[in-house]
Ligand binder design. Structure first.
Ligand code: ZN
Length: 189
């Protein structure tokens, strides 16, 4: 007689091994929000930061000009400049107070940026000079605040990033408006 094979809906359970004891839940876990939601919020903050960074760069290019400032203002520094322009943070990126401050940004070429990274003092000093001359008051204050090395507790807050973005957008409009006005004047004369 032919036997029909048994069809199991659930797979056979493995036997002969001990199930690990579950670790007791920590109290801090209970306080946490559901991970899925939290992750989404984190992603959103990341997206906002990316957008804000792009906007900051755009404003810096428009306001200060898209060229290597070290090359133009300190031609005596012997360094091979490139055509790739980046925006340098004068007060380092570690300080989250001036991360999106347009006064802190200076367009320089990639080799100047790298030179600064490798602590080539002449380039470093030149950028500091440029920023200081642009706005001595801001520079003095920023250096003093940077000295305290305080973290910026608002840096990852959505309202803070949005506020910064609004300010940057306003500045961009102002700069572009001024530029258009200058163009109009030029065309009229
Ligand atoms: Zn350069």
């Amino acid at each position: 007689m032919k036997r029909t094979p048994l069809k199991r809906k659930t797979p056979l359970k493995r036997t002969g091994f001990k199930r690990k004891k579950q670790k007791p839940l920590k109290k801090s876990w209970l306080k946490r929000k559901p991970p899925k939601k939290k992750k989404r919020k984190k992603d959103w903050i990341k997206t906002l930061h990316n957008a804000c960074y792009k906007l900051w760069k755009e404003v810096c290019y428009k306001k200060w000009g898209r060229y290597c400032h070290v090359q133009r203002k300190y031609p005596e520094i012997r360094i091979k400049h490139t055509d790739v322009i980046q925006v340098d943070h004068c007060i380092t990126r570690a300080n989250k107070y001036f991360y999106y401050d347009i006064w802190n940004g200076t367009p320089v070429c990639s080799s100047c940026n790298r030179a600064k990274y490798f602590k080539q003092k002449s380039v470093d000093r030149a950028i500091e000079e440029i920023v200081r001359k642009r706005n001595p008051g801001w520079y003095k204050q920023a250096v003093a605040i940077d000295r305290m090395k305080e973290p910026n507790p608002s840096f990852n807050k959505i309202w803070w990033i949005e506020e910064i973005m609004q300010d940057l957008q306003g500045e961009l409009d102002r700069v572009e408006g001024r530029r258009n006005f200058a163009k109009l004047l030029k065309g009229g004369s």
